[in-house]
Design a protein around this ligand. Structure first.
Ligand code: SF4
Length: 400
């Protein structure tokens, strides 16, 4: 692959292009098996996947996005899924090469790939690094085999730790995910597991409390009373413990479920949470950007083969394209930005839809210790981040 520096020079941004971050998301929709808690757009193809055919469709859809939107350098790329570590490194390299040709890369571009830590996938890590990936996000999920089995994962705890070691040798930045609040997991057990995880933690951890998503095998088991999750109070205790242990270890929460050493936050996810523009390519991918001059919310067909056929026929696999009003953009910023510990920038929010926040109306929430407000920002406190729906509603009501 040509170096990222060469690609930076290849594409000249259009005059007047925004210097705000711009992200490219690539969705690889295939997994080895379906985890019983997962409602992502992921599909199992026992007969294999024709990567060459999918690669052609990714390249075509990227070209369509580039042709219909403002040219500006990419600040982050994220290969998500599904399981992108099932992609051949050459597929990743070809996508990154074309993205560089079409948009160019900004200084210090972050290129993340989500990986599962089976030994077979770990063998591809060096290939991804050579292709230009500089950040790996590993789906470890649990540190004991019994829980990994219950979660339907394809790796063992030993494999996960070995994959982490291999990743360290190839990537300057690493994150891994764990799921907590699992069936039968006590607060003490999670404390021990997270403490162990923090000894391996690199610079970033994503810690998700297990939730029951509709139409999943876990939802059916939960409805039948065969799967029990921690009750409300215990779930809150688990959340508080998580915040405290990470803070103590120097990885404070910068978002509800994401923790990082200062400076190691996921720049790509910040694009979403700060309501910047991004193009999403691949089956089921979402985008927020101006197409032919109109800012839109776009989403692609979910079924991989159907998406491929649509790309063949019309250059993109889009299923919906809705213009986004200024009010809707501000609502999205409120919804996403309040998840961040940095909160919402008031001037930026006001610039989106012309509405001002009447801070005095938020006094009861501030008195309850749920919100903080100064001249520049409104921020949910750690306690408030457990009640985000209420806060978003109240802030929206306090604007006119
Ligand atoms: S590997 Fe990830 S995307 Fe695939 S089924 Fe499991 S949780 Fe879902």
């Amino acid at each position: 692959m040509r170096s990222i520096t060469a690609m930076r020079e290849a594409a000249t941004p259009e005059a007047g292009a925004s210097d705000e971050p711009f992200g490219l998301y690539v969705h690889w929709p295939f997994c080895l098996a379906k985890c019983p808690y997962c409602d992502f757009n992921s599909h199992v193809r026992h007969g294999g996947v024709d990567q060459a055919r999918f690669l052609e469709a990714y390249l075509t859809e990227m070209r369509w996005f580039a042709e219909h939107s403002t040219k500006r350098p990419i600040s982050s790329v994220f290969f998500g899924g599904g399981t992108p570590s099932l992609m051949e490194p050459s597929t990743v390299e070809a996508i990154l090469g074309e993205a560089g040709r079409l948009w160019g890369y900004g200084d210090d571009v972050e290129i993340t790939l989500e990986a599962n830590p089976t030994s077979v996938e770990a063998e591809r890590f060096s290939g991804y690094a050579k292709a230009g990936v500089n950040r790996l996000s590993i789906g470890i999920q649990a540190l004991n085999d019994e829980d990994l089995r219950r979660l339907g994962r394809q790796h063992t705890a030993k494999e996960a730790l070995a994959a982490l070691d291999i990743a360290r040798a190839h990537f300057p930045r690493i994150s891994f995910d764990l799921i907590y609040g699992r069936e039968g997991q006590s607060v003490a057990a999670w404390e021990a597991e997270l403490s162990e995880a923090l000894t391996y933690a690199a610079d970033h951890l994503s810690l998700y409390q297990l939730t029951i998503e509709p139409d999943t095998p876990f939802a059916a088991r939960y409805a039948a009373g065969k799967l029990k999750l921690p009750p409300g109070e215990e779930a809150e205790e688990l959340y508080r413990l998580t915040q405290a242990l990470c803070e103590e270890a120097g990885l404070p929460a910068y978002e509800v479920s994401n923790h990082a050493k200062p400076g190691y936050e996921s720049r790509h996810n910040l694009v979403y949470w700060r309501a910047h523009d991004y193009a999403g390519i691949g089956p089921g991918a979402h985008s927020r950007l101006a197409i032919d001059g109109t800012r839109q919310a776009l989403s692609a067909l979910k079924l991989p083969e159907g998406w491929c056929e649509a790309v063949d026929a019309k250059g993109n696999g889009l299923e919906t394209a809705e213009p986004l009003s200024d009010e809707e953009r501000a609502e999205e910023y409120l919804l996403m930005g309040l998840r961040l510990s940095e909160g919402i920038e008031l001037d930026r929010l006001a610039a989106m839809d012309g509405r001002q926040l009447h801070g005095s109306r938020l006094a009861p929430l501030i008195a309850e210790g749920l919100l903080s407000l100064d001249e520049t920002r409104v921020t949910a406190t750690p306690k408030g981040r457990m009640l985000l729906d209420r806060l978003i509603f109240e802030i929206a009501e306090a604007r006119s």
